[in-house]
Design a protein around this ligand. Structure first.
Ligand code: BES
Ligand code: MN
Ligand code: ZN
Length: 507
């Protein structure tokens, strides 16, 4: 997709289609009014006759506008898009309208369009945000995963070029910046989605490592290192190794090192992603229904990979290390069992009470491993618990942190990027549920607050640095009719890095 920004009047756009808003009830937006005047009231007439009420998401496509409606209107089509009540136009409604616009344009054979919806007033949001969201929504809306279909569905005349109009020429550079950021983020999301959607017989830990290698080949600033089982054993990562032991696919930890800071000794931001390419539960086997979705248990790693891709595209002046904790959790005579006691890389011992609480056992050793980077801060992201879905559903990921300023930075980044997080506490009282009669602690909390007790477990390995944990089990993929990866948490993580880079540049 090609995107552009422009500042011009609607009738002068020589395009296959121009997109303008109509509010409920039957009220023309400013731009629609301009077209209406030129066409001698053509549009207001349609509305009066009841062709379009203006409810959010309604559309009406007018054809042959240049020839049949008025010669002074240069475009071939006008797409009227219902925007709901003008006063109520908020973020959610705006995104709904843009999504509807994209699917309509793509279906109706306009290969290019000029969109005036970016001029509408959206509560609390500026031109930068409106353009960036529109770019992201377009790229995400047109995403298809058909790599494994033998016959592909091709749109005959797909949307190729979209121009967003901004109110004043002064805002053109803001618009261009928004396009760059939006493209970087949505390309990162597409990579995240591709890798996450890939089935577990193809996407195993070595596949994750290959994806990272490919990214490394595209940038001088990126170095990739892979730690296999032999090296993990030397490092004392007994906990990580135990989880993968039942699988024939080797556990591999992929380290993606991005050096963007002018001073190479600048402390890195470390991102760690849970990369269970399949989580069967192991000996504590999961029930069969929906088990296929456990191919998405590498959603954290896919999110880190996508974020690293966005980071490369944005060329940010910071140092970031992304780690993909690749592993597969399978039952076998070799597999680890409930009752096993593992010595983690930190030296702390863990009694395994459930082999399905495996994510924390993989992550804990990685969180110890990253101490060697002397990190500025560490963020891990993981499809860690079903409990976070009970708590927050699919609209926000769970955020837990040992450092308030970092937690607030992430909450803000989530708001800014429309990939929201909600904080849960990790008070000491919750820690008590991990106590074990035989080891330092167990890998299983007692009933209640499962997302929190999982984070409490991790917090025992993150005492030496500022740390935040994003539980993305509810947000990383959709189930049901539109099953598939969402590309989250690429937006929140990339936004966090953008904000960090901005403070560096401002200094
Ligand atoms: N990967 C799952 C978490 C999960 C479950 C994500 C369902 C999305 C949907 C994780 O490894 C797991 O199995 N967690 C257990 C923990 C329990 C055994 C303490 C869970 O949530 O049931
Ligand atoms: Mn599990
Ligand atoms: Zn899991």
């Amino acid at each position: 997709m090609e995107f552009n920004v422009k500042s011009g009047s609607p009738e002068k756009q020589r395009s296959a289609c121009i997109v303008v808003g109509v509010f409920e009830p039957r009220r023309l937006s400013h731009v629609a009014e301009q077209l209406d005047k030129i066409s001698g009231g053509y549009i207001s007439n349609l509305l009066r006759r009841g062709d379009l009420e203006g409810k959010a998401g309604q559309t009406l496509l007018l054809h042959n506008t240049h020839n049949n409606i008025h010669k002074d209107i240069l475009s071939e089509r006008i797409l009227l898009v219902g925007c709901g009540k003008e006063r109520e136009l908020d973020e959610r409604q705006y995104k709904q309208i843009i999504n509807k616009t994209i699917s309509t344009l793509n279906e109706t054979g306009s290969m290019e369009a000029v969109c005036f919806l970016t001029e509408l007033h959206v509560k609390g949001r500026d031109t930068y945000w409106k353009v960036r969201q529109a770019v992201e929504a377009t790229n995400n809306g047109l995403y298809v995963f058909d790599a494994l279909k033998s016959k592909k569905d091709e749109t005959r005349r797909p949307l190729r070029k979209l121009v967003f109009n901004v109110p004043t020429r002064r805002e053109l550079s803001t618009g261009e910046l928004a396009i760059n950021h939006g493209n970087a983020i949505s390309n990162g999301m597409s990579l995240c989605r591709d890798v996450a959607n890939m089935p577990p017989n193809i996407c195993n830990p070595a596949y994750l490592a290959r994806q990272a290698r490919q990214l490394g080949e595209k940038s001088e600033k990126v170095n990739v290192e892979i730690i296999g089982e032999e090296q993990m054993a030397e490092l004392g990562m007994e906990s990580y190794l135990a989880v993968g032991r039942g699988s024939d696919n080797e556990s591999q930890m992929t380290i993606i090192n991005y050096q963007g800071a002018s001073d190479s000794s600048t402390k890195p931001i470390v991102l760690v992603g849970k990369g269970l390419t399949f989580d069967s539960g192991g000996i504590s086997l999961k029930p069969g229904a929906g088990m296929d979705e456990m191919k998405y248990d590498m959603g954290g790693a896919a999110g880190v990979l996508g974020t690293m891709k966005a980071l490369v595209a944005l060329d940010l002046p910071i140092n970031v290390i992304g780690i993909l904790a690749g592993c597969e959790n399978m039952p076998s005579s070799n597999a680890y069992r409930p009752g096993d006691i593992l010595t983690t890389m930190s030296g702390q011992t863990v009694e395994v009470l459930n082999t399905d609480a495996e994510g924390r056992l993989v992550l804990c050793d990685v969180l110890t491993y990253v101490e060697r980077f002397d990190p500025e801060l560490v963020i891990d992201t993981a499809t860690l618990t079903g409990a976070v879905i009970v708590a927050l559903g699919k609209h926000a990921c769970g955020l837990m942190s040992n450092h308030n300023p970092l937690a607030h930075e992430l909450l803000n980044a989530g708001e800014q990027s429309s990939d929201r997080a909600w904080r849960l506490p990790i008070w000491d009282e919750y820690q008590e549920s991990l106590s074990s009669p035989f080891a330092d602690f167990t890998n299983l909390g007692d009933k209640g607050a499962g997302a929190i007790t999982a984070a409490c477990f991790l917090s025992r390995f993150t005492k030496k640095y500022h740390w935040a944990h994003l539980d993305v089990a509810g947000t990383a993929w959709n189930s049901g009719a539109n099953k598939g990866s969402t590309g989250r948490p690429v937006p929140i993580l990339t936004q966090f890095l953008l904000n960090r880079a901005e403070t560096v540049t401002a200094e």
